[in-house]
Design a protein around this ligand. Structure first.
Ligand code: NDP
Length: 272
């Protein structure tokens, strides 16, 4: 019987996940389908349970359901547990298991696809939302020396820093407190969706090896232009993160590790 998978979110009109998983399935000739299901904002849990009751095997979860996905799981694996959010569910022996591959996918994109080793590096995250929360654990595991989280709403950055504080050197600040350069600067805000730029000061890009925009498919965003104008060696958007987290989910569900390179290439919009 054909195995069913899906992505749940709201809205979902621009999701690339069905394309990505169809490409992965084709690499191995897997007998599976992958749908986009726009669950009602107040009906996520019921929709997930109905999907699994109808034989669904696994789900990706995107905005605004990642916290609800972790909360409804019978078991949350470490990455989901640490950040209190899940981007991936699996139905196994009648139980719902939650994991989160966003952070590991991002680390893989930076280290494997862009060749930037993170061990010993100083990182700046602009933004303190779910994407930052999900990424901190994997960055600490990669051996970064120090992480700074800057956010408009400093309280939120402080809360995120406290969550993982005991595991490594994590600090919260406002943008105007940034007074030196970072090896890697990540835009983990949603500002680029509106063509805006978080107020990262120029000095943050002094000595920067990589400036990374988590939003994908928007070309050279104001953040990437700022990074380039201030001398960042490389700039990147989040298409690789998207495909890498999908590959980790696929491997978790199907036990096979897809080749991400052709899928990243197919989805990449040149940064110009
Ligand atoms: P959240 O909504 O949880 O957080 C949004 C963050 O952006 C907050 O820190 C908010 O600051 C900040 N922000 C929003 N607008 C502005 C602005 N104009 N100037 C400065 N800061 C701003 O979002 P997520 O953390 O879940 O996601 C962040 C982005 O990352 C999204 O745009 C998403 O598309 C992208 N993403 C990409 C993935 C990929 O696979 N490539 C995976 C996951 C996310 P404040 O707290 O002050 O409001």
């Amino acid at each position: 019987m054909t195995d069913r998978y899906a992505v749940f979110g709201n809205p979902l009109s621009h999701t690339k996940s069905p394309f990505i998983h169809a490409a992965f399935a084709a690499q191995f000739g897997e007998d599976m389908t992958y749908e986009a299901i726009e669950a009602p904002v107040d009906g996520f849990e019921a929709a997930v349970r109905a999907f699994f009751a109808a034989g669904g095997k696994g789900l990706n979860v995107t905005v605004p359901f990642k916290v609800a996905a972790e909360a409804m799981a019978d078991e949350a694996l470490e990455a989901a547990n640490i950040c209190g959010a899940s981007n991936c569910l699996k139905f196994e022996n009648g139980r719902i298991i939650a994991d989160n591959f966003d952070g590991v996918g991002l680390v893989r994109d930076i280290e494997v696809n862009f060749g930037v080793e993170l061990k010993g590096k100083r990182m700046l995250f602009a933004g303190a939302g779910g994407a930052t929360r999900g990424a901190l654990g994997p960055f600490l595991e990669a051996g970064v020396a120090e992480i700074w989280i800057a956010n408009r709403t400093i309280d939120k950055a402080e809360a995120v820093a406290q969550l993982l504080g005991p595991r490594g050197s994590i600090h919260a600040c406002g943008y105007n407190a940034i007074d030196r350069g970072f090896d890697v600067v990540l835009n983990a805000t949603s500002a680029s969706l509106l063509g805006e730029c978080p107020p990262v000061p120029s000095i943050a890009f002094e000595g920067t090896t990589l400036a990374y925009e988590m939003v994908y498919g928007k070309g050279k965003t104001p953040f990437l232009r700022l990074a380039e104008a201030n001398g960042a060696d490389q700039i990147a958007d989040g298409v690789g993160m998207l495909v890498e987290q999908a590959a980790l989910a696929f491997a978790w569900w199907r036990g096979k590790r897809p080749d991400t390179a052709p899928v990243i290439e197919a989805l990449t919009i040149p940064l110009q």
